[in-house]
Design a protein around this ligand. Structure first.
Ligand code: AMP
Ligand code: GLY
Length: 423
C-alpha cells in the first residue's frame, strides 16, 4: 500500500518513519516533507500543499490512506475534499476541526456538554473586553479565537498585560482575523499534560500519555514556543487519572460531537491542566497529534501503525489494542538561532548520529541545499532517546544532542524534569 502523510514537521517525520516500518508499505509519501524525510530512502517528498492538488496526487498514485499532521489543512477542509472524492483520509472534517480552529466554538461546546474547563466569555468589542478584564482581575488569560500559530494565547499575570493583550488583538488587529474575537478565561494553576486519542467517529483509542515543555529555556523560563521537548509516558497521568480524563473529558467530547451532528474523526488532543487536588480541566483541544509529543509516542509504539490507521478510517477502532515499548522515550528539540521570534535559516547541520535501538533523530526545519543539510525553520530537530528510566532516556537523548552541531542551536538541558521530580 502507498500512504501519504501531509505536513513537514517533526511530527510528520515521526509518523512517516513509523508507517514505513510496516511490511505492507510500498511507499510513504510526505507532502511537502523536510530534509530528513528526503534523506530516508523509504520515504519520498512531494512538493504539493494545496488540498485539491493533493487529492489529485492521491488518486494518481493509488494512495490507500492519507494522514494529516498539522491543523492548517484540516481547518481548510482537506478531509472534506478527500472524502468527496472517495479517498480514505484520517483527520477531522473542517466542521469538526473547529474544536481547535475556534476557541469560542470549543468553549461553548465544553460548556454545553459539561466538560470541565476554565470559566470564560467571548468578546469582539474592545470596550466590553476591557471592562470584563477589569472586573475579573489578574491573573487572567486572553486567547485569540482563531488559529494563530502558537501566538494567540497571552497568560497575563497583571492587569496591564491583560489590557495590552486585548488591545493587541481587538484594536491593533495584530493577529488579523484570528484575533477579531477573543476568549477571556480564568487562569488555571497546576501541571499540564497532553492526552491524545484516536477517534473513528464513535470508538476511542487512547495513545500513550505524554508531557510537553512549552517554554524556550530551562526551568520553564523564557517565551512560549511550539514545544521544546516531550516525553512519554507522563507519570502525572496515573491509571486513576487516565480513567477520570476519559470519563469526564474525552468520552463526553466524542459523544457530544456526534450528538451535535459533527462526528469527530482523527487524532484528538486534549491539553489538560491538573490542579493540586488532582482535578483535570481542558485548556484546549487540538484536532491533530502534538508536536513534539508525537516523536516520543511513535518511538514507543510497537503495533503496526498501518493496520491501526485502517481501523481508524473504517470505523473499527474498537478492534485494536496497542502495544507500547515499556521504556520511557524522551525527545529534545534543537531549535534555530532566533527561535521563536525570528528563526535564522541556512546554518549547516552536522553530526546527527545514525539511528540505534535507543535513539532516533526526527527532522523538522531542515532542508538540503547545495548537497548540505541546513536549517530551514524554527524547530530544527527532535532527538528522541529511549531508556528503562526517565534518567536513562535523558542520557540517550543528550548523548546524541551533544554530537549534533549547527551554529546558534538552542535546546533545553532539563527535558523530563517534572517526571524526575515526581519519582
Ligand atoms: P493553548 O494554546 O490554549 O493551550 O494555550 C497555550 C498555553 O497557555 C497552554 O499550554 C498553557 O500553558 C497556557 N494556558 C492556556 N490557557 C490557560 C489557562 N486558562 N490558565 C493557565 N494557563 C493557560
Ligand atoms: N506541543 C503542543 C502542540 O502540539 O500543540
Amino acid at each position: 500500500m502507498n500512504i501519504l502523510v501531509v505536513g513537514s514537521g517533526g511530527r510528520e517525520h515521526a509518523l512517516a518513519w513509523k508507517l514505513a516500518q510496516s511490511e505492507r508499505i510500498q511507499m510513504v509519501y510526505v507532502a511537502p516533507g523536510n530534509g530528513g524525510t528526503q534523506l530516508d530512502s523509504r520515504l519520498r517528498n512531494v512538493p504539493i500543499t494545496d488540498p485539491k492538488l493533493l487529492a489529485e496526487f492521491a488518486r494518481k498514485e493509488h494512495i490507500g490512506l492519507t494522514v494529516v499532521g498539522p491543523e492548517g489543512p484540516l481547518a481548510a477542509g482537506i478531509v472534506n475534499v478527500f472524502r468527496e472524492q472517495g479517498l480514505k483520509i484520517f483527520g477531522p472534517t473542517k466542521e469538526a476541526a473547529q474544536l481547535e480552529s475556534s476557541k469560542d466554538f470549543a468553549k461553548a461546546f465544553m460548556q454545553r456538554h459539561n466538560i470541565p474547563t476554565a470559566r470564560y466569555q467571548t468578546f469582539s468589542e474592545v470596550a466590553a473586553a476591557h471592562d470584563y478584564v477589569q472586573q475579573q482581575g489578574a491573573p487572567i488569560v486572553i486567547k485569540a479565537d482563531g488559529l494563530a500559530a502558537g501566538k494567540g494565547v497571552v497568560v497575563a499575570m497583571t492587569l496591564e498585560e491583560a489590557h495590552a493583550a486585548v488591545d493587541m488583538m481587538l484594536s491593533d488587529n495584530r493577529l488579523g482575523d484570528a484575533g477579531a474575537r477573543v476568549v477571556i478565561e480564568e487562569f488555571l494553576a497546576g501541571e499540564e499534560a497532553s492526552f491524545i486519542v484516536m477517534v473513528d467517529g464513535k470508538n476511542i483509542l487512547p495513545l500513550a500519555t505524554s508531557q510537553d515543555h512549552k517554554r524556550l529555556k530551562d526551568h520553564d523560563e523564557g517565551p512560549n514556543t511550539g514545544g521544546m521537548g516531550a516525553y512519554s509516558p507522563a507519570p502525572i497521568v496515573t491509571p486513576a487519572m487516565h480513567a477520570r480524563v476519559m470519563r469526564e473529558i474525552i468520552v463526553p467530547t466524542v459523544q457530544g460531537m456526534a450528538k451535535d451532528g459533527i462526528p469527530f474523526t482523527g487524532y484528538l488532543y486534549a491539553g489538560l491542566m491538573i490542579d493540586s487536588q488532582g482535578n483535570p480541566r481542558t485548556l484546549e483541544f487540538n484536532c491533530r497529534m502534538g508536536d513534539p509529543e508525537t516523536q516520543p509516542i511513535m518511538a514507543r509504539l510497537k503495533t503496526d501503525l498501518v493496520g491501526v490507521m485502517e481501523h481508524a478510517v473504517n470505523g473499527t477502532l474498537d478492534a485494536v489494542e496497542l502495544e507500547w515499548d515499556r521504556r520511557t522515550a524522551l525527545g529534545v528539540v534543537m531549535a534555530a538561532a532566533g527561535y521563536p521570534d525570528a528563526p535564522r535559516k541556512d546554518d549547516v547541520i552536522t553530526g546527527i548520529p545514525a539511528e540505534t535501538a535507543d535513539c532516533v533523530t526526527f527532522h523538522a526545519g531542515t532542508t538540503i541545499k547545495d548537497g548540505a543539510l541546513v536549517t530551514s525553520g524554527g524547530r530544527v530537530l527532535c532527538v528522541v532517546g529511549l531508556g528503562d528510566s526517565v534518567r536513562m532516556a535523558q542520557k540517550s537523548a543528550y548523548e546524541a544532542v551533544d554530537k549534533i552541531h549547527f551554529d546558534g542551536a538552542q535546546f533545553r538541558r532539563d527535558i523530563g524534569w517534572r517526571a524526575l521530580k515526581r519519582l
